[in-house]
Design a protein around this ligand. Structure first.
Ligand code: IMP
Length: 179
């Protein structure tokens, strides 16, 4: 069945997302003041969150992007994580903050964390807009979390179902009967 907007019920409004992102931005501004920072976004889903979060951080830092995939389409992870694009900035001896849209099984971030840790950054932390701890298959520390959610499949604000709905300004639950 084609993904349909009719199957989406709102979870976090645009106003609620933006208010929380402002809080996270203020926290990160305090924590990274005076540090040499590289902020790394995990494409594709992170793009709206990355843009809003980095603009809420009143600091100077480098930005870079990576792309990893653990989904082959649909709503279940294949368990395999492939790095499609690596970042083009050195993090050795620098503070590194990885920005992710949602942590589900933890497989993606676990792989990214190990990969980046091997590059010997001064510190490595993770910020995720959404965290689904009940779905975790591997332990991974998420240092900053926007919202903890139940085991729902969510779309919007960067999150997709088969490539659709990333452009919605809010986050909604997709009816699992039809996902
Ligand atoms: P993990 O490796 O299972 O933690 O999955 C992380 C990635 O899976 C995220 O970056 C998303 O691309 C995707 N993902 C996990 N849960 C959802 C969801 O509820 N909606 C849309 N994408 C999701």
């Amino acid at each position: 069945m084609e993904p349909s907007r009719d199957r989406i019920s709102p979870l976090f409004s645009e106003a609620r997302l933006q208010a929380r992102i402002k809080e996270l931005g203020a926290e990160l501004t305090r924590d990274y003041a005076g540090k040499d920072l590289v902020v790394v976004g995990l494409l594709n889903g992170v793009y709206p969150f990355f843009a809003d979060l980095t603009r809420a951080m009143e600091l100077d830092f480098d930005v870079s992007f990576m792309q990893a995939a653990s989904y082959g389409g649909g709503t279940e992870s294949t368990g395999e994580v492939i790095i499609h694009k690596d970042m083009d900035t050195s993090i050795r001896g620098r503070h590194c903050l990885v920005v992710e849209d949602i942590v589900d099984t933890g497989l993606t971030l676990n792989k990214i964390r190990h990969l980046l840790q091997d590059r010997e950054p001064a510190s490595l932390r993770i910020v995720a807009l959404l965290n689904k701890p009940k779905r975790r298959r591997v332990e991974v520390t998420v240092d900053y979390v926007g919202f903890v959610i139940e085991d729902h499949f969510v779309v919007g604000y960067g999150l997709d179902l088969s490539g659709k709905f990333r452009n919605l300004p809010f986050v909604g639950i997709y009816d699992p009967e039809h996902a």
